[in-house]
Design a protein around this ligand. Structure first.
Ligand code: ADP
Length: 299
């Protein structure tokens, strides 16, 4: 108890009084590009949150500060059941803090590491929730640009929560093309690598296809020994389905419709929802927590 660290948030109320909220810094949850994430408990309400801590000294450049402000601006504007809730942000002398909904069951990266791969019923259940988050972002003109297992979290109820808006962008008008090269190598869309025509919402559809493949197979489709080879494979769309893993024709068909070089030929999020992969059997809306460890069929 003695070395418990207390974080203080000072803010001015509408009557001008300065009030302090105090948080007890708890266990370390993970590290990202420039943030460390901790579980923190608000001392007055006992509410627990995931707090992203960004050292001010780590973002001295104007551009990185701008990126953080962009992440905050976009994330705080999104409110959806399947998007990590942005509670608020504050700063003190040394750090910026982003207070987020705590996702007790960690990111899906850990899930896949434990489970190696998932069965189709589980994949259907997770993907339907991810589709609902993507659809919401896209109707708000937001492109996430970093959809991957490590940015998809699971709540204590096993609900999917999309997080990390560090690379997200908002289009100012329909038809706008973005040109920044960004993403995570295994999930990056070919039009981002070949930036002649810019990119738009379809990059999230591509990453969704990579995600689906990865959940079913246990590794990403363009995975290679180095990033350069991964990019070469993405550019010519070179991937295959392993013969030793049973994957339904519907699943293969949907993945191969999504992973096409030309962005305009990819299905929209609504077309994905209409695909037979999601329409031939009853899909549970949530999975039991034991499926974090063992496949649904064995649990
Ligand atoms: P960065 O934006 O710097 O990449 P992330 O958002 O990816 O940081 O967070 C880093 C790690 O912190 C994640 O991989 C995850 O383990 C943990 N984490 C982030 N947000 C949450 C959350 N809401 N609930 C639980 N753990 C989280």
């Amino acid at each position: 108890m003695l070395d418990q660290q207390i974080i203080e948030e000072k803010y001015t109320e509408s009557n001008g009084n300065v009030t302090t909220k105090r948080y007890i810094k708890g266990r370390f949850l993970g590290k990202g590009g420039f943030a460390s994430v901790y579980e923190m408990t608000r001392m007055d309400t006992q509410q627990v949150a995931a707090v992203k801590v960004i050292e001010k000294s780590s973002i001295t450049k104007g551009r990185s500060r701008q990126k953080l402000m962009n992440e905050i601006k976009i994330h705080r504007s999104l409110h959806h059941k399947h998007i990590v809730n942005f509670e608020h942000s504050f700063e003190d002398e040394n750090n910026f803090y982003i207070v987020l909904e705590l996702c007790q069951n960690e990111s899906m990266n850990y899930l896949l590491k434990r489970r190696k791969r998932l069965i189709e019923l589980e994949v259907q259940c997770y993907l339907l929730q991810i589709i609902s988050a993507i659809r919401h972002m896209h109707t708000q003109r937001v492109i996430h640009r970093d959809i991957k297992l490590g940015n998809i979290f699971l709540s204590n109820l096993m609900e999917v929560k999309m997080g990390d808006f560090g690379l997200a962008t908002r289009l100012e008008y329909d038809g706008e093309r973005k040109r920044t090269i960004c993403g995570t190598p295994n999930y990056i869309a070919p039009e981002i690598l070949d930036c002649r025509n810019g990119h738009s919402y379809e990059v999230d559809i591509w990453s969704f296809g990579v995600l689906m493949y990865t959940m079913l197979v246990g590794r990403p489709p363009f995975d290679s020994k180095d990033v350069k080879t991964t990019y070469s494979k993405i550019k010519v769309n070179s991937y295959s389905f392993p013969i030793n893993i049973e994957i339904s024709q519907d699943a293969k068909n949907l993945i191969s419709r999504i992973l096409v070089i030309s962005p305009t030929e990819r299905p929209t999020i609504d077309e994905i929802l209409e695909h037979p992969f999601f329409n031939k059997n009853k899909i549970p809306s949530l999975l039991p927590t034991c499926s974090l460890i063992v496949p649904l069929s064995e649990s």
